[in-house]
Design a protein around this ligand. Structure first.
Ligand code: S3P
Length: 442
């Protein structure tokens, strides 16, 4: 099968109902927390993507039994401190920043050096953001290249709780220290800039002693080492970050309607809905319910032919951090100049996304003003692309591939998008769902 996607037709009007894959953040957290529980935990609708499979393989290497069945996945945890492995272990986090950073938190007491490696993209990303706070527990880290993978971790036997200020708004950094706190005696105090709070909600559900005090910009989180974690079953809801591509597809398509079933709408993740609604998108949440502290809903989207530019408030950044690439496409079609600021974190992702987002918009004929932490996008409501656009050498960033596909289907032109298999990182059924919505075969 060719790894190149060719698109030269816009999507026709549609009226469909879809289900997206399970949430990536919750799937990885479930696997890691189940590995710390005592007994068999089951997950239904676990995202079976490369990032999550890498997480399952990592805990397997650490001596945890994992069974993947047709309808569920089972992890047989040995409790906190229950990893069993020999010397010279290497863990491969592949493309996953979340796995690479979170698993280090579970290894702060490792008696032997463990090597952590990743793919080309992950090996370009900064790990000091977690190794500096984890170092405060007494854990040692050894790098070959400054702050980049591969690294080795060597734990310390007597770890005590720490105080940590997380000021990037990174849930990966916060969660890495939260997982470390499970192994540290006494209490760990975290002051964290707002970011997704799945770890906090899972800790609460699992009765791990946690207190969260929320203020406007920061959350104050205190965690005490639990005596034990009981095995738990969990049904993973749909991923809003995957839904985002279809929310934008429908918003930009002509005269179309889409219902996305069972999506996690945790308020720390729904920045895209707030931002797009301010821009004139037609999005309604239906059938809202709660599941173990998480909010779930169906999302109804209708096309909009009256989109306006936004001066995006920075306070929405962390809740839309993975969605900016597709939000930029809405800005490309909106009337006026949109401005997104304080988003330098976008360049810390699987590829430098702020740079790539701007580059793709420029290829489409959209003017941008780009700095290291902001972008202005000069919208063109009547934009029609006629030229050939080639998307390649983008470090196989799954979200660049999916953004380009949505751009091709909604703005037209001739597109050659390389590295189709990049979707396997987070959203293996992405192209199947496109085919279900669009009757043209890709
Ligand atoms: C994630 C946190 C975010 C996000 C990533 C998943 C998580 O990263 O970009 O896709 O599951 O904690 P940062 O914490 O680095 O912002």
């Amino acid at each position: 099968m060719s790894n190149l996607l060719l698109i030269n037709k816009k999507i026709k009007s549609f009226n469909k109902k879809i289900i997206v894959n399970g949430d990536k953040s919750l799937s990885i957290r479930w696997a890691l927390l189940a590995s710390q529980a005592i007994g068999a935990s089951k997950a239904y609708n676990l995202l079976m993507s490369e990032d999550v499979i890498a997480a399952l393989n990592a805990i397997k290497k650490l001596g945890i039994k994992v069974n993947i069945n047709k309808n569920y996945c089972e992890v047989f945890g040995n409790g906190i401190d229950g990893f069993r492995y020999k010397k010279n272990l290497t863990i491969n986090a592949k493309n996953s920043g979340t796995l690479g950073r979170l698993i280090l938190g579970l290894l702060i007491k490792s008696p032997y050096k463990i090597r952590l490696i990743g793919d080309k993209s992950l090996s370009k990303r900064d790990f000091s953001r977690v190794t500096i706070p984890l170092g405060k527990f007494g854990t040692k880290f050894y790098y070959k290249k400054k702050n980049k993978l591969p690294l080795s971790i060597l734990g310390s036997q007597s770890v005590k709780g720490i105080k940590y200020l997380e000021n990037k708004g990174s849930a990966q950094c916060k969660s890495s220290v939260m997982l470390a706190a499970l192994n540290a005696s006494g209490e760990t105090f975290i002051k964290a800039k707002k970011s997704r709070n799945h770890s906090e909600l899972l800790f609460k559900y699992l009765k791990i002693p946690i207190k969260v005090k929320k203020t406007k910009r920061f959350d104050f989180i205190d965690i005490k080492k639990p005596k034990k974690i009981k095995a738990f079953n969990y049904r993973i809801p749909g991923d809003i970050s995957s839904s985002a591509f279809f929310i934008v597809l429908t918003t930009l398509a002509n005269n179309s309607k889409l219902l996305i079933k069972d999506v996690n709408i945790n308020p720390t993740r729904t920045g895209i809905i707030t931002i797009l609604k301010k821009m004139g998108a037609k999005i309604t949440l239906k059938n809202q319910r709660n599941y173990r502290g998480e909010k779930i809903s169906d999302i109804l989207v209708k096309s909009s032919n009256n989109l306006r530019a936004i001066n995006c408030p920075s306070k929405l950044n962390s809740s839309a951090i993975d969605e900016f690439l597709v939000i930029f496409l809405v800005a490309a079609k909106a009337k006026g100049v949109s401005y997104f600021k304080d988003i330098s974190e976008l360049n810390q992702k699987e590829s430098p996304r702020l740079y790539w987002g701007s580059k793709i918009l420029n290829m489409m004929g959209i003017k941008t003003d780009l700095t290291k932490e902001s972008i202005k996008i000069y919208g063109q409501p009547d934009l029609k692309i006629t030229r050939l656009i080639m998307i390649k050498n983008y470090l196989k960033d799954h979200r660049i591939f999916m953004m380009s596909t949505i751009a091709a289907l909604t703005f037209g032109g001739q597109w050659k998008i390389h590295d189709k298999d990049s979707i396997n990182t987070s959203f293996p059924s992405f192209l199947k769902i496109i085919k279900k919505i669009d009757n043209q075969s890709l």
